[in-house]
Ligand binder design. Structure first.
Ligand code: UDP
Length: 161
């Protein structure tokens, strides 16, 4: 059961991944989720919503003075997004690698951005950039009750117990 493995450092680490409006419009939600599933991460929360400007201004609070901030908020509120919480060992760092660089021109092929996008302001996906940032973002986007704590029956195929 889960209690057996919870002692492994970082196995219960969580991150927030969001498919942005361009990713939803382009029907990329399934392909993006598939990458996290096949890697072995565990989905513990997911919902689709039209984000409010208020929520996004909290989410992107550190960017509020950047020149691209107003158009970023406009774009992020332009259509529905899919927000997810993924759990696993080093998930914050590994998902940043899976997502690729902020600017798709510099994102490696094989990453989500490197495979599905061209322009920095339409880069398909969000991934938390630190463990603390992830905790803050998860609290911002999800109620506690919306996160599902479930046992993966084949956990020892992903982790050494
Ligand atoms: N962004 C943009 N223009 C820029 C830099 C960033 O439109 O010059 C957008 C882009 O969608 C990016 C988001 O702002 O994903 C947040 O920027 P950050 O630097 O936090 O990059 P991320 O963590 O998303 O890679």
């Amino acid at each position: 059961g889960y209690s057996t493995i919870s002692g492994i450092p970082g196995v219960r680490e969580r991150t927030l991944i969001a498919v942005k409006p361009d990713g939803v419009q382009r029907r990329l939600v399934g392909q993006i989720m598939q990458r996290f599933e096949q890697r072995g991460f565990k989905l513990v929360g997911m919902k689709m919503l039209q984000a409010s400007e208020e929520l996004l201004s909290q989410h992107y609070q550190e960017l509020s003075r950047k020149p691209f901030y107003p158009t970023l908020l406009y774009y992020m509120t332009s259509g529905p997004i899919v927000v997810m919480v993924w759990e696993g060992h080093n998930v914050v760092r590994t998902s940043r690698i899976m997502v690729g660089g902020t600017n798709p021109s510099e994102a490696q092929a094989g990453t989500v951005r490197g495979d599905f996008s061209i322009h920095i302001s339409r880069n398909v996906v969000h991934a938390s950039d630190s463990v603390e940032g992830a905790q803050r973002e998860i609290q911002l986007w999800f109620h506690r009750k919306e996160l599902v704590d479930w046992d993966c029956y084949n956990h020892n195929s992903t982790y050494e117990l």
